[in-house]
Structures are given as structure tokens and as C-alpha cells.
Design a protein around this ligand. Structure first.
Ligand SMILES: C[S@@+](CC[C@H](N)C(=O)[O-])C[C@H]1O[C@@H](n2cnc3c(N)ncnc32)[C@H](O)[C@@H]1O
Length: 265
């Protein structure tokens, strides 16, 4: 074995034997290197991971405003979502775009879906909602989008869309749905990070900081969806959003999933 190979296998043995403290030190070394990797660290839950995130995750204004232009565009993984929105569409449909940021999907889908005939509410964290409302005042965001950070004020919802939220959501999806007036008939989830094995929370680099990124136990997660009273009507995989945690390659690649859920009467 080469010297590099010996050091690598020694480190990975040490990580397995000693566990978390070595993993944390390894993550720190990688994070402070010249080209910090996208994903570092592996923690058992959200609370442990957020304690390691240097800037408070999505409560940080600079993190919220990173990648804004990229998010505004349409990506290959948006197409199943648009197909299903078109299939479900009826005039006046009430959509709750949870984790909707500055209404990115409203803007991205507008050419290909009859978005303007729907009532579109974005639910997000207070920092994001305040920045989105300010952008709306500057006419950088369509005036018809309603921005709300209080789920109790959202009213009735026909379709809950959660695109790119589940990786970052700090509560179970069931808890978010329970805070609504009533469970919506349809839920579309996209970019849900999953794995075959216990849930792991890593830290993703976004702009100047890192945010907890959950990779959920897929079997447990899909069971939680049916326990909520929904049937999984469609599902798809997004191969280009699969990730390996640089500090923990032994955990394998994540699988990014999309789901259409229909409420069982
Ligand atoms: C990657 S962006 C997704 C933007 C867009 N929906 C998309 O698919 O590209 C993640 C969004 O989730 C929001 N977010 C994170 N945690 C949240 C929470 N607990 N409740 C609501 N929104 C949250 C962030 O503020 C951010 O706007």
C-alpha cells in the first residue's frame, strides 16, 4: 500500500473506532482547506448538526441570498413537478409553496404552467420572508405572490408544494401539515435526499456558510407519508442530485427523490 493509502485507511479505521470526535476534526480540516467540499460531517440529527453550522443556517441573510439567480431558472428536476401541476390545475387552485424562497418556482414555471390563475402563497422562514417582501416592494418579485412565515395564517390549501425544502426542514413533514387548517388534497415533494439506512444530517456549503442537510432513511420516510394519510401516487429519482459526504464516503451516495401524494379519504 502507498503512504497515502496507509494514511487514508488509518484515518478511516480511527474514525470507525473513535467515532464522532475524529469525524468532527476531519470535517473541520476539510472545511478550512483551500477548496472546501459541498458536504462535510455526519450527525445523527438536525440539532447536533445546526450546533456545528457556523452562521445559524437559513436564519442568515447572506446564506438566504446565495444562489438566487440559479434557483430562479428551470432545472431538469422541475419537469415532473410542472407535469403534475398541469394535471392538477383548476382555476383558483390554492398552492402553498413551502420553502419557496422569493417565489422562485412561481417565476420558473410561469411559461409552462397556468400559474397566474392560481393563488400562490410562499411559506418560508422569517428571514427569507422579510427579504422576499422587501424584494417585492422593489418590484423584483411578482406582486401577486403572498409571502407568509406563519402557517396558521395561510388558510385553506389544495396543493402543498415542497421543492428543495425537506433537506433543510427541522421538523417532520407531518408537523408542518398539521399546522395547516386542513390537510391538502395533494402534496408534491421534490429533491428529497434519502438513503437506505439510518437518517444522517450533514452540513452543506451554501454561500458563505453551511446549513444542516438531512438525508432521510427512505423506508422510514415513505412509511411516515402513508401514516400521514397519503398514498404515494408517483415518485421519481433525480440522479444528478445524488451526493457523497466528503468526510464520510463510507456512508455511500444519497438518492434524491420526488413524490406526488394524494390524500386518502
Ligand atoms: C434551496 S431553497 C429552495 C428554493 C426553491 N423552493 C427551489 O426548489 O429551488 C430552501 C428554502 O427552504 C427554506 N427553509 C429552510 N428551513 C425551513 C423551514 N423550517 N421552514 C420553511 N422554510 C424553510 C429556506 O429559507 C430556503 O428558502
Amino acid at each position: 500500500m502507498t503512504l497515502r493509502g496507509t494514511i487514508k485507511s488509518g484515518l478511516s479505521l480511527a474514525k470507525r473506532r473513535v467515532g464522532y470526535p475524529i469525524s468532527a476534526a476531519w470535517a473541520h480540516l476539510m472545511a478550512t482547506g483551500i477548496r472546501p467540499p459541498a458536504m462535510i460531517g455526519a450527525y445523527p440529527d438536525y440539532a447536533t448538526a445546526i450546533a456545528k453550522a457556523d452562521r445559524g443556517g437559513y436564519a442568515d441573510e447572506e446564506i438566504v441570498q446565495a444562489n438566487t439567480n440559479k434557483m430562479r431558472g428551470r432545472a431538469v428536476w422541475d419537469y415532473p413537478v410542472m407535469l403534475w401541476i398541469n394535471a392538477m390545475h383548476r382555476d383558483g387552485m390554492r398552492v402553498l409553496d413551502a420553502g419557496g424562497h422569493f417565489g422562485m418556482k412561481y417565476t420558473a414555471f410561469g411559461d409552462l404552467c397556468p400559474i397566474a390563475s392560481m393563488h400562490w402563497t410562499v411559506y418560508d422562514l422569517p428571514t427569507t420572508i422579510n427579504l422576499a417582501r422587501a424584494a417585492q416592494k422593489r418590484r423584483e418579485v411578482p406582486p401577486e405572490i403572498v409571502f407568509q412565515h406563519d402557517l396558521e395564517k395561510v388558510g385553506d390549501v389544495d396543493l402543498l408544494l415542497a421543492s428543495g425544502l425537506l433537506q433543510f426542514l427541522d421538523v417532520p413533514l407531518a408537523e408542518l401539515v398539521n399546522r395547516l387548517n386542513a390537510p391538502p388534497q395533494y402534496i408534491i415533494l421534490n429533491k428529497v435526499a434519502t438513503r437506505l439506512g439510518p437518517t444522517v444530517v450533514t452540513l452543506e456549503k451554501i454561500g458563505p456558510g453551511r446549513v444542516p442537510y438531512q438525508i432521510r432513511d427512505r423506508d422510514e420516510f415513505e412509511k411516515s407519508l402513508t401514516d400521514m394519510g397519503y398514498a404515494i401516487h408517483d415518485r421519481w429519482e433525480i440522479p444528478s442530485l445524488s451526493h457523497v459526504i466528503s468526510t464520510h464516503p463510507e456512508l455511500g451516495s444519497s438518492t434524491s427523490m420526488g413524490y406526488v401524494l394524494q390524500r386518502l379519504e
